[in-house]
Design a protein around this ligand. Structure first.
Ligand SMILES: Nc1nc2c(c(=O)[nH]1)N[C@H]1C(S)=C(S)[C@@H](COP(=O)(O)OP(=O)(O)OC[C@H]3O[C@@H](n4cnc5c(N)ncnc54)[C@H](O)[C@@H]3O)O[C@H]1N2
Ligand code: MOO
Length: 438
């Protein structure tokens, strides 16, 4: 059995680190507070959708920046008939010039007459002249008609998109119209992944003793959904040297530099579990070693000397995803300058008694994939630490505190990165304890 009192155990890899498993809310808070926002970056407009703007976008000139025609027809000055001018600027009184939709309305023009309302014929002197057709709309051309004046959408210097906006495609088009080629956005953490385990296979039907990799197919998407940018994914076996090389791999000077490295497996304390020793050999320090939760209690969080964070997820598939939700999500949120992901609440559909506790007697928080029925949260089936079946159909994760929860009582719900938070029946911050949410 893994113990949570490594300080007292001189044979433990954690001996002397002063760390022991911490409570689930404390773990979330620590993972959030240990990191600050990454600096902002300039990105081209086509790469900025979904990013958070860090510097307001202002109009670099009036929008539109020149008076333009809203119709194909003629720009004209004063009352008709008008002699057709050959593009003089300014347009002299009593003259007109052909203009297309969007064309620059010449100075001096008082209106645009649309093509279907005008007629060009030679006047008595043989020069082409424009008159208003008998079937034109009454009053055409009114002063200013069909002219889009400059500055009607925005004036130069006006803020169009405030800092903090999550950019949608139309924002990007607006920024382009305002004269910008790129925008300054909050950096997102680049997350590299090291998948460990000599028994792990990536295709086909695994033989006894082998397992199909459950992380490769989901982690890239989940990292994106948590606000990170998936970086390199590498697979290694269970040797210490491979661990060292892999953890160093995305460090400073590397072409595939990352801000966070997530490892899977190797968080236990057998001879093939190297997370802690590899971090120590690289000169890193553990920020958190174990969380009083199940599954996922061996989760580890460390900081490497080059500033990268290393998140050690346990190898058991559900345990790993619960550890990712507990410490990975807050860490990525902090680096991306986002708030601590909110816990929501729902009424529990079941009674849960107090947790039996860890070997150190500490009660554990239970993270249980659940579904909602008639406004109540019910655990799904198949939620063993090594299973994926329950999570695949879950709508959220019940966070059952160490003391348990009675049926009908509010229970905290962690939204899954791929389920809308609004799906939780009671919504954000409804419920009894502020301990569980941001
Ligand atoms: N003596 C003890 N043994 C274990 C304890 C304990 O307290 N004392 N804790 C158990 C718990 S809880 C967990 S969680 C795991 C943590 O294991 P590791 O992080 O060291 O991971 P591994 O030992 O490498 O693998 C565990 C398990 O997960 C499977 N695995 C690994 N990678 C993958 C993958 N990519 N896809 C699917 N499955 C994977 C691996 O085959 C093992 O079955 O330790 C327990 N043991
Ligand atoms: O983290 Mo382990 O379940 O608790 O597999």
């Amino acid at each position: 059995m893994m113990t949570f009192t490594p300080i007292a155990d001189p044979t433990s890899p954690m001996a002397g680190t002063g760390l022991h498993s911490i409570d689930w809310p404390e773990a979330r808070r620590l993972a959030y507070d240990c990191a600050g926002p990454l600096p902002s970056v300039q990105v081209p407009l086509h790469q900025a959708a979904g990013r958070t703007l860090s510097s307001a976008v202002t109009a670099l000139q009036d929008l539109p920046h020149y008076a333009s025609s809203a119709m194909d027809g003629w720009a004209l000055n004063g009352d008709g008939p008008w002699l057709l001018a050959g593009g003089q600027h300014p347009l002299a009184p009593g003259t007109a010039a052909v203009i297309a939709t969007g064309g620059l309305v010449p100075d001096g023009a008082t209106a645009v007459l649309r093509k279907e309302s005008g007629l060009v014929a030679k006047d008595e002197t043989g020069r082409p002249a424009l008159t208003v057709r008998a079937d034109a709309k009454p009053g055409e051309p009114r002063p200013g008609q069909h002219v889009r004046p400059a500055g009607t959408e925005a004036l130069a210097g006006e803020t169009l998109i405030p800092a903090g906006t999550v950019l949608n495609p139309a924002h990007l088009a607006l920024a382009a119209v305002a004269g910008h080629d790129q925008v300054e956005v909050q950096s997102q953490p680049v997350v590299s992944v090291v998948l460990t385990g000599s028994e792990v296979v990536t295709s086909g039907i695994p033989a006894p003793g082998n397992v199909r990799d459950t992380f490769g197919p989901q982690l890239g998407t989940v990292i994106s959904q948590l606000g990170g940018i998936p970086g390199t994914f590498i697979r290694i076996g269970d040797s210490f040297d491979a661990w060292l090389e892999a953890l160093e791999g995305s460090g400073a000077g590397s072409k595939s530099r990352s801000d966070v490295v997530i490892t899977t497996g190797g968080t236990g304390k057998s001879g093939t579990d190297h997370f802690r020793d590899a971090v120590a050999a690289l000169g890193g320090r553990l920020l958190l070693d174990g969380v009083a939760m199940r599954p996922g209690h061996p989760a580890v969080l460390a900081e490497l000397p080059d500033g990268r964070f290393a998140v050690g997820l346990p190898g058991n598939p559900l345990a790993a995803m619960m550890a990712l939700a507990t410490i990975g999500a807050p860490l990525l949120a902090a680096l991306g300058n986002q708030p601590l992901p909110q816990v929501r609440h729902a009424a529990s559909g079941n009674d849960f008694g107090p947790d039996g506790g860890c070997s150190d007697g500490k009660g554990r928080t239970r993270l249980i994939p659940c579904r909602f029925l008639s406004g109540l949260a019910f655990p799904v089936d198949h939620t063993g630490p090594g299973m994926m079946r329950g999570l695949a159909w879950a709508e959220g994760v019940m966070v059952v505190p160490p003391g348990g929860v009675d049926s009908g009582e509010p229970v905290a719900i962690l939204p899954l990165p791929w389920t809308p938070a609004a799906a939780t029946p009671m919504g954000a911050n409804a419920g009894r304890s502020t301990l569980w949410h941001a």
